[in-house]
Design a protein around this ligand. Structure first.
Ligand code: CO
Length: 438
């Protein structure tokens, strides 16, 4: 498949997945179309796993772990894991969402993670997420909800009222200046179930039965190719759906199933807020699933063999990297400029904000060379705080060797990020090489 086609598939994947809950739904749809078939495992049921079997586990609708059970004993091969995250920073709708003032209805929002807030102004925004409701059997269920059309907006202040905006940048006060305009007010007063009634229209669930929701604000604009030769692409959520998509392409490669080693793709929600939750990378999800993989095979792995398996394991923590933007040379370490379309980036940080160390970096570099893929090395400026990833957290929890890598991109945490077409294909190729490595 051409690099361009890979990126078109990525853009389709992102555009179908405007919230972390939709990411998991999109992946499940992808799995349903695969041969061999993929089986969903329920965490409350007993598992019985077959060598060569393809399985996945979903925790709370927005984190998913997929694995292909290896043909050889775990202690011999270890786990080969690629980790990434399903969430992106942005705005989330507050519980008592709607309020009215001066003839307009607005939705109150909370900032999720660290978005570039100014990029949310003047975009064609809408809502995606899930509702929790009481069903006809009086049980609590959840259902995804998606508004396709632009529903919300954060209109900028005109320059005539904000004369210094180009000198000082657009500053938005988080409590008072972020509520999003939803509609003009037709009645004198806002009815109490105003927002639930809107959710009812979209889901068919009676407003009185909708008890709660998780709703993300997303940009309805679809992904595009850009540049003179369409060598770049742009969309929302490249951080980190580009890594999720690359990992899936490598794992689902039919030519690689079955395999000797157990291959795992662990895609977590809540990375952007620190990963501490029941489904985050700092929670028990991955240790639980790996432990159960070890104990649910026909030849159940004993505790010493499980420790041996972890000692043999490797994890690629895939998250996007900061590409050099020549308009802002002072933002980068001049010796560590990484360029779009020049290959995967090995991220190094002596204080271990990234999990990479010399041996794991050398192993990754070797896989790149074997795959015929160029690679680059990134180190953040010493006088700026460095971001982190799920890499250090998961490798510390499990005691396994890990590396932090990512494709270079511009404008991380903007609502409209961009990256290079070749890099996505490079990343898929090196991940395939990693899964196939001995
Ligand atoms: Co990220």
């Amino acid at each position: 498949m051409s690099a361009r086609q890979q990126v078109q598939n990525l853009l389709d994947f992102i555009d179908a997945s405007p919230s972390p809950w939709h990411v998991v739904k999109t992946i499940e749809a992808l799995l349903a179309a695969q041969t061999p078939p993929w089986q969903r495992l329920d965490e409350t049921a007993k598992w019985s796993l077959q060598p060569g079997g393809c399985y996945y586990v979903v925790r709370d609708d927005s984190s998913i772990i997929l694995f292909v059970q290896g043909q050889k004993p775990l202690a011999e091969t270890g786990f080969k894991i690629v980790g990434a995250h399903t969430d992106s920073p942005g705005l989330r709708i507050k519980p008592n969402a709607a309020s009215s003032t001066d003839g307009l209805v607005r939705l109150g929002v909370e900032v999720y993670g660290g978005p570039i807030l100014a990029t949310f102004a003047d975009r064609d925004l809408s809502l995606a997420g899930r509702i929790a409701y009481k069903n006809d059997q009086d049980e609590i269920g959840s259902m995804l909800v998606l508004f396709d059309q632009p529903l919300l907006r954060l209109p900028n202040l005109a320059i005539h009222m904000n004369r210094t905006v180009n000198e000082e940048g657009l500053k938005l006060q988080k409590q008072t200046e972020l509520p999003l305009i939803l509609s003009g007010l037709t009645d004198e007063q806002l009815p109490p179930a105003y927002f639930s009634a809107l959710l009812q229209q979209q889901t068919g669930v009676d407003a009185g039965r909708i008890l709660s929701w998780d709703l993300a604000v997303y940009d309805t604009q679809k992904g595009v190719f850009w540049g003179k030769d369409s060598e770049f692409y742009a969309d929302s959520q490249l951080d980190n759906l580009a890594s999720c998509h690359a990992a899936l392409q490598a794992l689902l490669d039919p030519a690689a199933i079955p395999s000797d080693a157990t291959r795992v793709c662990a895609l977590f929600d809540h990375e952007e807020i620190g990963s501490q939750s029941n489904k985050g990378a700092d929670g028990s999800f991955l240790p639980d699933v790996l432990g159960r993989i070890a104990s649910a095979t026909a030849t159940a792995t004993g505790s010493e063999d499980y420790a041996r398996a972890l000692a043999k394991s490797f994890m690629i923590s895939a998250d996007m990297a900061h590409a050099y933007q020549p308009n802002f040379p002072n933002a980068y370490d001049s010796g560590h400029k990484v360029t779009v379309n020049k290959g995967p980036v090995i991220k190094v940080n002596a204080n271990h904000n990234y999990s990479s160390e010399s041996v794991s970096a050398a192993m990754f570099a070797d896989w790149c060379e074997q795959a015929g893929v160029p690679y680059q090395k990134y180190s953040h400026r010493c006088d700026m705080p460095c971001g982190s990833t799920i890499g250090p957290i998961t490798s510390a929890k499990l005691g396994i060797r890990a590396i932090d890598v990512g494709s270079p991109m511009w404008a991380m945490h903007s609502i409209r990020e961009s990256a290079g077409v070749l890099d996505h294909d490079y990343m898929i190729r090196v991940m395939k090489r990693f899964f196939a490595a001995r």
